[in-house]
Design a protein around this ligand. Structure first.
Ligand SMILES: [Fe+2]
Ligand SMILES: [Fe+2]
Length: 224
């Protein structure tokens, strides 16, 4: 059986984890620049290390599954990131909302579900480690959002109102829109792949049961 899809998926995970390290390094810089509490800065610093570890672990898994020949799809432009014209703090707010309040909050139940059916010894320990860390990353996101609200309540709220619809649309396209996608084999499932219907179900449930209520608790409404 061809492991092409397995190799492509783990290659994408290497790139995604490495990109998370780059994003978190920018967020760490932002947290220091706006003078966030030391504890939060230290968590951000730890997350940079976690994400670099995740990238290495995924690369090792890819090699163990026989896919180590092809380079992971890393793109400098994505790693460098872009600055908007709205200023440093606005960019920090956007990154916390997009990558942490949304990204890491979707990641926790997705990795939990993914790990359930993963039995291959190259893949299972990687997902176990990633899952353990992502819960801390998710918490950081909401704590950082609270700190930013304290810093500039009105500014953060208007930034959220403006940015959240497109950000959520992006995650819908990534996770929620492929319920009719191709099925995966039992072997692919054992190596950490998950079908589109499961991605879509976890996406919907997380948006409804976690993300909307957690924003609502802060008086931020997530549009339909
Ligand atoms: Fe990660
Ligand atoms: Fe993470």
């Amino acid at each position: 059986m061809s492991l092409l899809r397995v190799h492509r998926e783990w290659g994408n995970r290497v790139a995604a984890e490495y990109r998370s390290a780059a994003i978190t390094a920018r967020v760490l810089h932002g947290c220091i620049a706006v003078g966030m509490a030391r504890e939060l800065v230290e968590v951000a610093r730890r997350i940079v290390g976690d994400e670099l570890d995740h990238a290495e672990l995924c690369a090792q898994c890819l090699a163990d599954l026989g896919g180590g020949d092809a380079p992971p799809p890393l793109e400098f432009a994505q790693l460098a990131g872009t600055r908007s014209e709205d200023g440093f703090v606005a960019d920090l707010v956007d990154e916390v909302l997009r990558s942490f309040c949304l990204g890491e909050t979707f990641a926790v139940p997705l990795f939990a579900e993914m790990r359930k059916g993963t039995t291959h010894p190259a893949a299972e320990p990687v997902l176990t480690r990633v899952l353990r860390d992502e819960a801390i990353h998710r918490q950081f996101g909401w704590d950082a959002l609270d700190a930013l609200l304290e810093l500039d309540d009105e500014g953060v709220r208007s930034r959220a109102a403006r940015g959240l619809p497109a950000m959520i649309e992006g995650y819908y396209r990534a996770y929620g829109a492929h319920a009719d996608g191709p099925s995966i084999s039992a072997e692919e499932r054992s190596m950490g792949l998950m079908d589109g219907a499961t991605y879509a179900a976890v996406y919907e449930e997380t948006l409804t049961r976690t993300i909307r209520p957690w924003f609502a608790r802060r008086g931020i409404e997530v549009p339909a």
